[in-house]
Design a binder for this molecule. Structure first.
Ligand SMILES: [Zn+2]
Ligand SMILES: [Zn+2]
Length: 798
């Protein structure tokens, strides 16, 4: 059964009631959530019920070893996450035998988060779970809870491999929400190629947050990166301090109080923030024929901050110096819990007894210690805090109710997430306010100019592809290590399983015996699957002078983020990379304060391996198939932080990386392009294709439930494999993730929206809101905005 309804519609009750009933009948329940925070929250809710028969416990990376044993043997309601299931519970299934034997119900909460490659991994983990349970004679019911999604039963079936009934009617009472779509103005600043720069979404969010706090409107501001969360809170507080200074000076109505925040405060995803939170990999072909260029996906350190499910990383994130970020307002609390904070953070704030306006605003994000997060949640619930700026760490169901307004800085990626975040506003049936603030990005621009793309539209389907052989193979190994695989198991793992098993035998990873397939190595088979898709062993970023570990960067992103000479940001401190040693997996860095950021440039080559599907598309052809993408970081640019001015380009010597993946691509025959070139006008074909590619990458997430960073693209006036003008958009994960396939299926809507996004941007020759890409490996050169619109007109003409 899958329940797919909105925030606060009572889903938890819908699975808690059968779960408790199963426990009363002597059964056990397994509860899965993508994050530890949500499991902890659920545990609290469960304990509030005071049911002595329910022995509930979390089992995750934070559970101390001495407690684990107790949980395995005694708990009948276990709350955990897919990572833990994959690495610990399934491989050691025999120590859970009494739990398995009585397993009646598996609750999969927030299951809309299991999409793309991560979702495909979770789908295979759930198949392994079904097989292990069956071994102990159990065949549990799967109860899935999801945000509203298109066709939830089909998604639930892809995720579990089981037939699903769906519940989609939400009859819970709600007030009305006023929804504003907000586009920040263009400024006088100039960015790349002299493009106009918009005021940032975070700057606007900080102003709005301050305004709402003055009005005593309880507000949550969602931003995309950790840095932005802190910047928004800090700027709003500064503004409020100024307001208060004015009020203290002379009583007067709130008037103008400053200009908001300095423009240099930048969004993570902005072009010049390339090494900050939002930047993933960029690669493109800038050399040789000068016509092919690529823009790619990449995991990036950005992932954690920008994606809803990135936060459990199991302690990879070092706790920050949270003390400084605890709201000063907590000092006024007289509870024992917060007085501890007072000693550390409350000093030097004057003697005023009333809570100052500025102290009513704080930042909250993943990476804070759990205790500090609890303090903030409590302060917001109690009304001690009025405004909280947060990454989507809060999005996942942690109980913060009683809000009046929600600010969403930047399209959160999906309509489902948008509604989930907006659904936070509205206490007990009262009316509420939600504001979506557009970022400098083609998708955001499209949405604020096309409200119909959001309102009255069904939310996205949950896209995942459990048959991806790159995902399936390691899970077949893990399954064989758990219990040898037999012919009967093949149907559990889907139609691709047999072929993949043959490959695994050939590679010597599995042994074929008359009774089935066996894992005979001493290694942990589960180590083969990297379910959060970070790709290989991470590179450690170490401060050279002290040996301090600052953080890690996944291997694919290391080339672009921590190459020698790169500017690396960590907790708003700046470092420059001295050396990147890929073999040792270490980047040594030194604290520095350069006035420039760095931006990796790369060469991308794409080869068509096989077109799996194709159809005529306008005068051209649309394809979906397998490609091989080779990318090499070849140099980096230094750009002045404030202006984006290029200070120089330095060569780099890094090995190429190859990705075998799926792509959607379209071609246009040369005669069709004759209309493009009008007499007396210069049209740069390559620039037009490149611009169309950038914008189409920006818009695909509207149709394929992916992140801009999950996909890449290459465009070329003449591709050697097609012999034609070709634009590729590919999945940035080995084996593909289902996004390009979705683009193929929705090509007409997708490319029409792409054309609209470019045409509706008010800039003259292209800007980050339309055709410039923050991750272009080719430095956004060349781009032709008018040419891109005409090129898409030709392609879309029917
Ligand atoms: Zn524009
Ligand atoms: Zn590009």
């Amino acid at each position: 059964m899958i329940i797919a309804t909105g925030t606060a519609s009572g889903k938890s009750l819908a699975y808690l009631v059968p779960a408790v009933a199963d426990i009363f009948a002597g059964g056990t329940v397994l509860y899965l959530t993508p994050t530890k925070a949500l499991a902890a929250d659920q545990l609290r809710a469960l304990r509030k019920l005071r049911l002595t028969q329910v022995r509930a416990a979390t089992y995750d990376g934070d559970t101390p070893p001495e407690e684990r044993r107790w949980v395995r043997q005694n708990a009948n309601y276990v709350l955990t996450n897919p990572d833990m299931l994959h690495r610990s519970i399934l491989p050691r299934h025999s120590s859970w035998s009494s739990f398995w034997r009585r397993l009646r119900l598996v609750v999969v909460d927030e299951c809309h988060g299991y999409r793309g490659v991560f979702g495909s991994h979770v789908a295979q983990i759930l198949r392994r779970l079904r097989r292990v349970a069956a071994r102990y004679g159990s065949s549990p019911v799967f109860l899935l809870a999801s945000a509203t999604a298109s066709d939830p039963a089909a998604a639930g079936m892809r995720l579990t491999g089981l037939e699903m009934a769906e519940v989609t009617t939400d009859a819970s009472p709600r007030g009305s929400t006023t929804f504003a779509l907000w586009e920040p103005p263009l400024t006088d600043l100039r960015g790349e190629s002299g493009a106009p720069v918009r005021r940032t979404a975070t700057a606007e969010a900080a102003d709005l947050l301050a305004d709402l706090v003055i009005e005593d409107v309880r507000t949550l501001a969602f931003v995309r990166s950790r840095r932005a969360a802190e910047a928004v809170a800090l700027t709003a507080r500064r503004t409020l301090e100024e307001v208060e200074a004015l009020l203290d000076a002379e009583p007067q109505p709130y008037g103008e109080y400053g200009e908001g925040l300095p423009e240099e405060m930048s969004d993570a995803g902005r072009p010049f923030g390339s090494v900050s939170g939002g930047a993933g990999q960029a690669f493109g072909d800038g050399a040789g024929d000068g016509t092919a260029r690529g823009d790619a996906s990449g995991a990036g350190g950005a992932r954690d901050a920008d994606r809803p499910f990135g936060e459990i990383g199991g302690g990879r994130e070092r706790p920050s110096s949270v003390a400084a970020e605890i709201p000063q307002g907590t000092k006024t609390s007289d509870t024992a819990e917060t007085s501890h904070e007072t000693a550390e953070t409350g000093a030097g704030r004057g003697t005023d007894h009333r809570v100052r306006l500025a102290d009513r605003v704080a930042a909250y994000r993943a990476g804070y210690l759990a205790d500090d997060r609890r303090v903030l949640e409590k302060a917001l619930r109690s009304g001690e805090l009025t405004g909280l700026a947060t990454t989507n760490a809060l999005e996942l169901g942690v109980d913060v109710s009683g809000l009046d307004a929600v600010l969403i800085a930047g399209w959160p990626g999906t309509r489902a997430s948008l509604w989930q975040q907006a659904g936070r506003a509205g206490r007990a049936g009262q009316d509420a306010l939600a504001v979506l603030i557009a970022r400098d990005d083609p998708l955001d621009t499209y949405i604020v100019h096309h409200p119909e793309a959001v309102f009255g539209q069904p939310v996205e389907a949950i896209v995942l592809d459990p048959d991806n052989p790159y995902v399936l193979a390691p899970h077949l190994c893990a399954a064989a290590a758990e219990i040898p695989l037999t012919e009967d198991d093949l149907k559990t793992f889907g139609p691709a399983a047999r072929g993949v098993l043959d490959d695994l035998v050939e590679q010597g990873l599995l042994r074929r015996r008359p009774t089935g397939w066996f894992w005979t190595s001493r290694d942990h088979a589960a180590d083969l699957a990297d379910i959060r898709g970070s790709g290989g062993a991470p590179v450690q970023v170490v401060e050279a002078s002290t040996g301090r570990l600052l953080g890690t960067v996944d291997e694919p992103s290391a080339h672009t983020m921590v190459h020698a000479g790169a500017v690396y940001l960590h907790q708003s401190e700046t470092f420059v990379v001295d050396v990147l040693d890929l073999e040792a997996g270490v980047a040594l860095v030194t604290a520095a304060d350069p006035d420039y950021t760095t931006f990796a440039r790369d060469v991308t080559d794409i080869r068509v391996m096989e077109s799996l599907r194709s159809r005529p598309f306008g005068p051209g052809t649309l394809h979906f198939g397998s490609v091989e993408v080779t990318r090499q970081v070849v140099s980096y640019l230094k750009r002045r932080t404030q202006t984006g001015e290029v200070l120089g380009e330095e060569p780099l010597d890094l090995p190429p990386r190859t990705l075998c993946t799926r792509a959607v691509w379209w071609t246009l025959p040369t005669p069709a392009l004759a209309d493009l070139v009008k007499p007396g006008e210069a049209v740069d074909l390559g620039g037009a294709a490149h611009a169309a590619e950038h914008a189409s990458i920006g818009l695909l997430p509207l149709f394929a439930t992916c992140d801009r960073w999950d996909i890449g693209g290459v465009s070329t006036e003449l591709h050697p494999d097609t012999g034609l003008l070709t634009v590729f958009v590919y999945d940035g994960h080995d084996g593909g993730a289902g996004f390009a396939e979705r683009g193929y299926a929705r090509a007409s809507d997708w490319l029409t929206a792409t054309r609209e996004a470019i045409a509706s941007c008010e800039c003259e020759r292209g800007c980050p809101s339309c055709i410039q890409s923050p991750k272009c490996g080719n430095g956004n050169e060349p781009l032709d905005k008018a040419g891109a619109i005409r090129l898409l007109d030709i392609l879309l003409a029917t």
